[in-house]
Design a protein around this ligand. Sequence first.
Ligand code: SF4
Length: 335
Amino acid sequence: MVDVQDLARYPFLEEAQDYVRNESGTLDLILRSELGKSLLEHASRRVQDTLAQKNPVECGIYGRDAKEDIYTYVLARMLVSCINDRVLIDRLSQFEARRAYSWFVREERSRMVGIAEKVGIDLEQPTMPVITYVGLISHLNDERWRLVNRHVENGQVHLQPEEMQELVEERMRAIIRERLPLTVPDDICRIFQPYTHEVSAAIQQRTLEEFGEVDESSFPPCIAALIRAVTAGTNLPHVGRFALTAFLNNIGLSTTQIVEVFQRAPDFDLSMTMYQVEHISGRSGTEYTAPSCATMRTHGLCVRRDETCEKVSHPLSYYKWKKRQNQYSVRKSSR
Ligand code: SF4
């Protein structure tokens, strides 16, 4: 890893961080200069591209050269930290990991081995210790990664060479994610304000576009069952309340609308419900994402699976898929 081009491709590595520290002078000065404005524009585009889930390979570099590209990586991370939206931070981590991985797979073998080593993966080995493996796959939904589906021997998980490589991308994502959000001073966040507003508006717009008007008939069976349980006065366990609230919040219901759902319960307590809903929906800091199907299964909340469930790994994907199907059927029948 010798030149600035390399550092731009893998900006989360220590060497790139050192480069920025040595080269940048005071960040405050840069941000207040014309160059700073232009870098912020590029950083904002970088964040918007992650929101739009663009293919990083097609996005090109951000800024005029590799050096500016590295700066925009730093600024993009600061920008999302000022906004502190969990979904946005997750998406940026994923986007940056995919971008780095797209370079990684084009490297010569010896360089691949070196880069993988820097993120803690030994590509020369056909196995990985169970403990390392379990930590690595905790965010991967594909069934093939589950430990029960792997060949494990003497505390080692056997992996195909291409699977080892795939885990490098996951490791890159985890490294980028675990360092976010950064602690950004308020006066710096103020400089970012026009861009944070722009990105926040884009988040809002995407939520509306993705989910549109609420359509209860598209709710997955697990969520419909939770709503029925609330309505029937069942005392839901915390994880059930959490899953329901996070789901309703993620599809765009307001706090009041979510509270109205819980209001159907006979033992409804307004202030307690408001507190819980505001906490889970992020009005007080962190916004939570509804649990995946795997997590729902673990907690016994995956009930009455239907054929759509076979196609998805997340209740939100179920909802999006089903809603599209419903809209398509309505359009078809009105022709
Ligand atoms: S498979 Fe997923 S969407 Fe379907 S019921 Fe289970 S948790 Fe819900």
